[in-house]
Design a protein around this ligand. Structure first.
Ligand code: PLP
Length: 399
């Protein structure tokens, strides 16, 4: 493959570029001459205009997910939303119980928050998944106890793209009066979400996975006077006292525009992206030794998690220098450990290392997919020639 000036970007699950329409809107709220004022400054017109823009964005976020405007709280991203949902709920209800339920395949922003709660005296049951990466709602039912406060299960897994049955899990929790939180970072804008019908109490979102800016996210908190969170950031009482700090108007407006575009174009985008993803898999599945994780269960449109048996993922990535893709997951690889998600699927350390996540998005083209398919087939073929498959790895090192 010829050297490109920029790699082909196939890491949309790690971050998406902001849509150019989002950037245009954000610039209206940043510089001198723009509506840059503090949305909390009700004493002048500029402040009030900024507040209007924030509320319009809140409406757009709510509209995509079937929520009411006042159920949307702006945060700095999904990591904060997950922290606020889990810590906030557990600490607000600590007198009522101290047990929480989640799955083994959650994002680190959920797992690490749960670990910090464990250190603080809470008990957590981590439900496993099957070999396809699915969490069985009946396993969740079995894990619930009379002192369970909250259950948290993600909508779409960020490493495999596998869609979890959050409707069934939510119904089980609702029957038992247990609060249900869903991390919807990888599903928002790709799958329909209707919180007017879904039995979900808390849901987390991120801007930079939906063609909005980084550093902004939202938490849905169902409108119910019983559903109280203890804030984790204290200060000026913004966001109904749940998330203090001057509202970042340009980020919030960008998030709103990203959600608006997703509402209007998400379904069409998803269809096109799924077509390209399936085309890529149709090409790669002809290579012997390549396995698709979650092959037989519903998966989100733009993601392939592929295990290349017999080679090291690091070496494969090296040969694929013209492609920007992830080994396992960007978040897990920063730790230098084999992915906890792939391990939960039953993959060995070597297999987890030899797994690449290819994720497509709104700006992916057919040409890019064609070049990527060729590059991957060539690189894998060459590596297998040098190191005929013995189940071992070639020059692999953990990042
Ligand atoms: C499933 C999931 N949850 C949470 C996050 C964290 O989101 P943010 O980067 O907005 O903090 C990510 C990001 O990779 C994710 O994939």
């Amino acid at each position: 493959m010829s050297k490109r000036t920029r790699p082909i970007y196939l890491d949309y699950a790690a971050s998406t570029p902001a849509d150019p329409r989002v950037i245009v809107r954000m610039l209206e709220y940043l510089g001198p001459g723009s509506v840059f004022a503090n949305p909390g400054s009700a004493t002048h017109a500029l402040g009030r205009a900024a507040r209007e823009a924030v509320e319009a964005a809140r409406h757009e976020v709510a509209a995509l997910i079937g929520a009411r405007d006042r159920e949307v709280i702006f945060t700095s991203g999904a990591t904060e939303s997950n922290n606020l949902a889990l810590s906030g709920l557990a600490r607000a209800r600590r007198e009522r119980g101290r047990h929480l339920v989640s799955s083994q395949i959650e994002h680190s922003s959920v797992l690490d928050t749960l670990r910090s709660l464990e250190a603080d005296g809470f008990e957590v049951t981590y439900v496993p998944c099957d070999r396809n990466g699915c969490v069985d709602p009946e396993e969740i039912r079995r894990a619930l106890r009379s002192d369970t406060l909250l259950c948290s299960v993600m909508h779409v897994n960020n490493e495999t793209g596998v869609i979890q049955d959050v409707a069934s899990i939510g119904s089980i929790c609702r029957e038992r009066g247990i609060v249900f939180h869903v991390d919807a970072v990888q599903s928002a804008g790709k799958l329909p979400i209707d919180l007017a019908a879904l039995p979900v109490d808390l849901m987390s979102f991120s801007g930079h996975k939906i063609y909005g800016p980084k550093g902004i996210g939202a938490l849905y908190l169902r409108n119910d006077p019983e559903l109280v969170l203890e804030p984790i950031i204290h200060g000026g009482g913004q966001e109904r006292g749940l998330r203090a700090g001057t509202l970042a108007t340009h980020q919030i407006v960008g998030l709103g525009e990203a959600f608006r575009i997703a509402r209007l174009e998400g379904a069409t985008d998803a269809c096109r992206i799924q077509g390209m993803r399936d085309g890529l898999w149709a090409r790669l599945r002809t290579l012997s030794g390549v396995e698709l994780n979650g092959a037989s269960v519903p998966r989100v449109c733009g993601l392939l998690s592929l295990t290349f048996t017999g080679v090291g993922g690091e070496s494969l990535l090296f040969f694929l220098g013209d492609l920007a893709l992830a080994q396992g997951s960007a978040c897990a690889s920063a730790r230098g450990e084999p992915s906890h998600v792939l391990k939960a699927l039953g993959r060995s350390d070597a297999e987890a290392e030899a797994t690449l996540r290819i994720s497509l998005g709104r700006f992916t083209t057919e040409d890019e997919i064609e070049s990527a398919a060729q590059a991957i087939a060539e690189a894998y073929g060459q590596m297998l020639e040098v190191a005929p498959r013995k189940g071992g790895r070639m020059g692999s090192r953990t990042v």
